[in-house]
Design a binder for this molecule. Structure first.
Ligand code: ADP
Length: 478
């Protein structure tokens, strides 16, 4: 089986969120199952020279973007046993970060077309499956279905489109059809890619892919309802026959407190007392009084409304009245950044905020905290709560999407559970559950059991890759 895995970000090359983790860990797990899987992604400026200096140039060719012909360099790197292709065009990708530019529509229209044109330079690699991820790759299933099927390298290819977050849809004006996509006005049609007055890359992926997946079973159901459907719930209900949910895993060779080099003391199930040393270290870093009896609650997150920051803001004073210490690591909306900076400066010793993206600090926080707060408004899968569990840090989550599918709320009668949860998007419901968790924390013996429950919870990519393999086989046999 040959799979071309198309993504706009992949760790360790570049990461803005969970998509990057998935985009390396899933191909790696497929590779371990004997699949010939290759990643293709843009070559951004921020990809470290350590990687880019090791690439080889395979080909240069032109890619049409509407009426223009743009340069494309196809570069190759073998990393950790996986073949990775980089699409090189400095005009589009020699910029800081991945997204958020005025011409993102053009950049990713180019990328989709460049991927299709690249395959013939891949040394007889004729993909069986092109696995596309999120709106940035949404035009590929359309190109495959309507324009490239006749090319020998695509004769047997099928497409999978995975929605990692339905909120970001790649919506642009109607003029994009002629100017950037070059596919003809007939595509401005409700059955095709028209979305209100413009067009949507996400819709193209959903309409044209042979199979649509999303990253948890609950989110697959939720997005068929208006509350979570971001305007596409009707389409998703119509296409529900080809929609499936597959929960993400995490790479336990990366997120392993036994091996994590960022920790002052490593620990596992039998050496869990060393977690305390990490807590002490974290309290120092945060400028908190060092006290093992005060629970440390953390958040590591993009600071956007999706993550439930509004709930935290609504009851922050009440949280700070409890005997807890709160740590926030994140970047995002300026209002939220300012909010945490303000409280951190007003209540030093109670709350610390780190407004940056920092992998090493993230590890220290996962390991040094007692609880991990993630009260999301919606959450397609969420990796942070799974990572937190791996480090024996109990998640406190709202029951939505992947949070519902991964966190089992503590049941004091049976002793079962690996975290805490609440149902409604309501600040006081969240506050009650935080209070409950803080109370549970006082019973040291029982808490130690909960920590172990969390550490034993595993969402292995090995298992999840098997689910994707089933999906690939199902569409290839259809
Ligand atoms: P999303 O993809 O919606 O951002 P996920 O929970 O799926 O959320 O994945 C977030 C990933 O990004 C996790 O690996 C988390 O640890 C990491 N992360 C988020 N913010 C930061 C940050 N400021 N510094 C370091 N890592 C971060």
């Amino acid at each position: 089986m040959k799979v071309l895995f198309v993504t706009s970000e992949a760790a360790p090359f570049i990461k803005t969120g969970g998509l990057a983790d998935v985009s390396f860990a899933l191909p790696k797990a497929l590779h371990d199952k004997g699949v010939d899987v290759r990643i293709i992604m843009p070559k951004y400026e921020d990809i470290s020279y350590d990687f880019t200096s090791k690439t080889t140039q395979l080909a240069t060719f032109g890619v049409s973007v509407g009426w223009r012909n743009q340069y494309c360099g196809l570069q190759y790197l073998s990393y950790d046993g996986l073949p990775v292709y980089f699409v090189d065009n400095e005009y589009y990708f020699k910029r800081h970060g991945c997204y958020g530019y005025f011409d993102d529509g053009e950049r990713f229209a180019y990328f989709c077309r460049a991927v299709m044109e690249s395959v013939k330079y891949m040394d007889d690699f004729y993909p069986d499956v092109i696995h596309c991820n999120d709106w940035q790759t949404g035009m590929i299933p359309l190109y495959l279905s309507d324009f490239y099927k006749g090319n020998p390298e695509f004769a047997n290819a099928k497409s999978v489109f995975t929605i990692h977050n339905l909120k970001y849809q790649g919506r642009f004006s109607r003029s994009v059809i002629e100017e950037l996509l070059g596919i003809g006005e007939e595509y401005f049609n409700e059955e095709k890619i028209k979305y209100y007055d413009g067009i949507s890359f996400m819709k193209a992926g959903i309409v044209y892919a042979d199979k649509v997946t999303t990253v948890s079973k609950t989110y697959a159901k939720e997005i068929q309802m208006p509350y979570y459907g971001e305007g596409l719930d009707g389409l998703l209900r119509q296409k529900s026959g080809k929609l499936a949910g597959v929960i993400n895993g995490i790479d336990y060779s990366v997120y392993d407190p036994k091996k994590d080099k960022n920790l002052i003391a490593n620990y596992g199930l039998s050496t869990v007392k060393n977690k305390m040393l990490n807590k002490e270290e974290l309290q120092k870093i945060a400028g908190f009084p060092i006290n093992p009896d005060v629970p440390v609650i953390s958040m590591i997150t993009r600071l956007v409304s999706q993550k439930g920051i509004d709930l935290v803001a609504a009851v922050i004073e009440d949280i700070l009245k409890m005997d807890v210490q709160l740590i926030v690591l994140g970047t995002g909306d300026h209002d939220y950044q300012d909010f945490f900076e303000y409280y951190a400066s007003s209540y030093p010793g109670k709350i610390a905020s780190f407004i940056k993206f920092d992998d090493a600090l993230a590890s220290k926080i996962y390991a040094g905290s007692d609880m991990f707060l993630m009260p999301s408004l919606f959450e397609p899968c969420g990796l942070s709560q799974i990572i937190a569990m791996s480090y024996g840090t109990l998640p406190i989550v709202r029951e939505t999407g992947g949070l519902s599918d991964t966190v089992i709320p503590y049941n004091e009668f049976t002793g079962e559970g690996n975290g805490f949860s609440f149902t409604n998007y309501n600040a006081h419901d969240m506050l009650n559950v935080i209070e409950y968790a803080v109370n549970c924390f006082k019973d040291k013996k029982n808490w130690a059991k909960l920590v172990k429950n969390a550490m034993r919870t595993k969402f292995e990519w090995k298992t999840q890759a098997g689910e994707y393999l089933k999906i690939y086989n199902e569409i290839l046999e259809a």
